[in-house]
Design a protein around this ligand. Structure first.
Ligand SMILES: [Zn+2]
Length: 182
Protein backbone atom coordinates (compact mmCIF):
# COMPACT_ATOMS: atom_id res chain seq x y z
CA UNK A 1 0.00 0.00 0.00
CA UNK A 2 2.74 2.46 0.99
CA UNK A 3 4.84 1.08 -1.87
CA UNK A 4 2.06 1.96 -4.33
CA UNK A 5 1.79 5.41 -2.81
CA UNK A 6 5.52 6.00 -3.18
CA UNK A 7 5.35 4.93 -6.81
CA UNK A 8 2.32 7.16 -7.40
CA UNK A 9 4.14 10.29 -6.22
CA UNK A 10 7.05 9.51 -8.52
CA UNK A 11 9.41 7.82 -6.08
CA UNK A 12 11.35 4.62 -6.51
CA UNK A 13 10.14 2.33 -3.72
CA UNK A 14 13.23 0.17 -4.27
CA UNK A 15 15.84 2.80 -3.51
CA UNK A 16 17.77 2.21 -0.33
CA UNK A 17 16.28 4.96 1.85
CA UNK A 18 12.74 3.78 1.09
CA UNK A 19 13.20 0.02 1.33
CA UNK A 20 11.98 -0.21 4.92
CA UNK A 21 9.64 2.76 4.74
CA UNK A 22 6.43 0.72 4.25
CA UNK A 23 7.32 -1.24 7.39
CA UNK A 24 8.01 1.94 9.38
CA UNK A 25 4.84 3.61 8.12
CA UNK A 26 2.75 0.61 9.15
CA UNK A 27 4.21 0.69 12.66
CA UNK A 28 3.77 4.44 13.01
CA UNK A 29 0.17 4.29 11.82
CA UNK A 30 -0.65 1.43 14.17
CA UNK A 31 0.44 3.67 17.04
CA UNK A 32 -1.22 6.84 15.75
CA UNK A 33 -4.55 5.08 15.32
CA UNK A 34 -4.43 3.02 18.51
CA UNK A 35 -7.63 4.71 19.71
CA UNK A 36 -9.77 2.58 17.39
CA UNK A 37 -8.90 -0.53 19.39
CA UNK A 38 -9.57 0.91 22.84
CA UNK A 39 -12.64 1.73 24.88
CA UNK A 40 -13.28 4.47 27.43
CA UNK A 41 -13.72 1.86 30.17
CA UNK A 42 -10.32 0.35 29.37
CA UNK A 43 -8.37 3.60 29.45
CA UNK A 44 -10.04 4.84 32.63
CA UNK A 45 -9.77 1.54 34.51
CA UNK A 46 -10.20 2.09 38.25
CA UNK A 47 -9.70 5.85 37.97
CA UNK A 48 -13.07 7.06 39.29
CA UNK A 49 -13.29 8.00 42.98
CA UNK A 50 -15.82 9.54 45.38
CA UNK A 51 -15.68 13.36 45.43
CA UNK A 52 -14.85 15.23 48.61
CA UNK A 53 -15.63 18.71 47.37
CA UNK A 54 -17.22 20.55 44.52
CA UNK A 55 -14.51 22.99 43.47
CA UNK A 56 -13.60 23.36 39.82
CA UNK A 57 -10.83 21.01 38.71
CA UNK A 58 -8.76 22.18 35.72
CA UNK A 59 -6.28 19.95 33.92
CA UNK A 60 -4.26 22.18 31.63
CA UNK A 61 -1.86 21.68 28.75
CA UNK A 62 -2.57 18.07 27.84
CA UNK A 63 -0.54 17.49 24.68
CA UNK A 64 -2.39 15.84 21.84
CA UNK A 65 -1.36 14.54 18.43
CA UNK A 66 -3.94 13.52 15.88
CA UNK A 67 -4.38 13.04 12.13
CA UNK A 68 -6.93 15.03 10.17
CA UNK A 69 -9.42 12.88 8.35
CA UNK A 70 -9.53 15.17 5.33
CA UNK A 71 -5.83 15.08 4.43
CA UNK A 72 -4.34 12.41 6.71
CA UNK A 73 -1.86 14.98 7.97
CA UNK A 74 -1.07 15.70 11.61
CA UNK A 75 -2.67 18.27 13.81
CA UNK A 76 -1.43 18.74 17.34
CA UNK A 77 -1.62 21.06 20.27
CA UNK A 78 -2.95 21.26 23.79
CA UNK A 79 -6.21 20.33 25.42
CA UNK A 80 -7.56 21.77 28.64
CA UNK A 81 -10.29 19.97 30.54
CA UNK A 82 -12.24 21.26 33.52
CA UNK A 83 -15.15 19.95 35.49
CA UNK A 84 -17.10 20.66 38.64
CA UNK A 85 -17.60 17.42 40.57
CA UNK A 86 -20.98 16.23 41.66
CA UNK A 87 -20.33 12.97 43.49
CA UNK A 88 -17.36 11.57 41.56
CA UNK A 89 -13.88 12.61 40.53
CA UNK A 90 -11.43 11.18 38.04
CA UNK A 91 -7.73 10.49 38.65
CA UNK A 92 -5.80 13.36 37.04
CA UNK A 93 -3.67 11.14 34.80
CA UNK A 94 -6.80 9.75 33.17
CA UNK A 95 -7.59 12.97 31.35
CA UNK A 96 -4.52 12.57 29.18
CA UNK A 97 -5.51 8.97 28.49
CA UNK A 98 -8.99 10.09 27.41
CA UNK A 99 -7.54 12.78 25.12
CA UNK A 100 -5.22 10.14 23.57
CA UNK A 101 -8.11 7.70 23.14
CA UNK A 102 -9.92 10.10 20.82
CA UNK A 103 -6.86 11.75 19.25
CA UNK A 104 -5.26 8.56 18.00
CA UNK A 105 -7.66 8.16 15.10
CA UNK A 106 -8.47 10.00 11.91
CA UNK A 107 -10.23 13.01 13.34
CA UNK A 108 -11.38 16.58 13.19
CA UNK A 109 -10.52 18.73 16.21
CA UNK A 110 -14.18 19.62 16.82
CA UNK A 111 -15.09 15.96 17.23
CA UNK A 112 -12.27 15.19 19.68
CA UNK A 113 -13.39 18.16 21.78
CA UNK A 114 -16.97 16.89 21.91
CA UNK A 115 -15.95 13.29 22.55
CA UNK A 116 -13.74 14.26 25.50
CA UNK A 117 -16.58 16.32 27.01
CA UNK A 118 -19.03 13.45 26.47
CA UNK A 119 -16.61 11.00 28.09
CA UNK A 120 -16.21 13.12 31.23
CA UNK A 121 -19.99 13.55 31.44
CA UNK A 122 -20.55 9.85 31.04
CA UNK A 123 -17.96 8.89 33.66
CA UNK A 124 -18.64 11.49 36.35
CA UNK A 125 -22.06 13.10 35.73
CA UNK A 126 -20.47 16.37 36.93
CA UNK A 127 -22.18 19.72 37.50
CA UNK A 128 -20.36 20.96 34.47
CA UNK A 129 -17.59 20.08 32.08
CA UNK A 130 -15.52 22.25 29.74
CA UNK A 131 -13.02 21.25 27.09
CA UNK A 132 -10.89 23.70 25.13
CA UNK A 133 -8.47 22.54 22.47
CA UNK A 134 -5.91 24.62 20.63
CA UNK A 135 -4.37 22.94 17.61
CA UNK A 136 -1.99 23.58 14.75
CA UNK A 137 -3.07 21.83 11.57
CA UNK A 138 -0.29 20.86 9.21
CA UNK A 139 -2.79 20.44 6.37
CA UNK A 140 -3.25 24.21 6.58
CA UNK A 141 0.25 25.28 7.61
CA UNK A 142 2.13 23.13 5.07
CA UNK A 143 -0.11 24.01 2.17
CA UNK A 144 0.05 27.72 2.91
CA UNK A 145 -3.69 28.00 3.46
CA UNK A 146 -3.02 29.84 6.70
CA UNK A 147 -0.04 31.48 8.31
CA UNK A 148 2.20 28.96 10.05
CA UNK A 149 1.52 30.21 13.54
CA UNK A 150 -2.24 30.37 13.43
CA UNK A 151 -3.99 27.90 15.68
CA UNK A 152 -7.51 26.57 15.74
CA UNK A 153 -9.50 26.71 18.96
CA UNK A 154 -12.49 24.50 19.65
CA UNK A 155 -14.54 24.23 22.82
CA UNK A 156 -17.36 22.27 24.40
CA UNK A 157 -19.17 23.70 27.42
CA UNK A 158 -21.69 21.69 29.42
CA UNK A 159 -23.76 22.29 32.56
CA UNK A 160 -22.52 25.20 34.70
CA UNK A 161 -19.86 26.11 32.14
CA UNK A 162 -22.66 26.79 29.69
CA UNK A 163 -25.24 28.34 32.04
CA UNK A 164 -23.01 30.42 34.33
CA UNK A 165 -20.88 33.07 32.60
CA UNK A 166 -18.63 33.49 35.66
CA UNK A 167 -17.77 29.80 35.76
CA UNK A 168 -16.99 29.86 32.05
CA UNK A 169 -14.91 33.04 32.41
CA UNK A 170 -12.90 31.51 35.27
CA UNK A 171 -12.05 28.52 33.08
CA UNK A 172 -11.28 30.56 29.98
CA UNK A 173 -8.97 32.97 31.76
CA UNK A 174 -7.10 30.04 33.32
CA UNK A 175 -6.39 28.27 30.05
CA UNK A 176 -6.64 30.49 27.01
CA UNK A 177 -3.68 31.31 24.84
CA UNK A 178 -1.28 28.84 26.44
CA UNK A 179 -0.37 27.29 23.07
CA UNK A 180 0.72 30.49 21.40
CA UNK A 181 2.80 31.49 24.41
CA UNK A 182 5.28 28.68 23.81
ZN1 LIG B 1 -6.88 18.52 6.94
Amino acid sequence: MTRDWLAAIGEDPQREGLMRTPHRVAKAWAYMTEGYGQTLAEVVGEGVFAAEGSEMVIVKDIEFYSMCEHHMLPFYGRAHVAYIPNSKILGLSKFARIVDLYSRRLQVQERITTQVADAVEELLAPKGVAVLMEGIHLCMAMRGVQKQNSSTTTSAMRGLFRSDPRTRAEFMSAVQGTLRGR
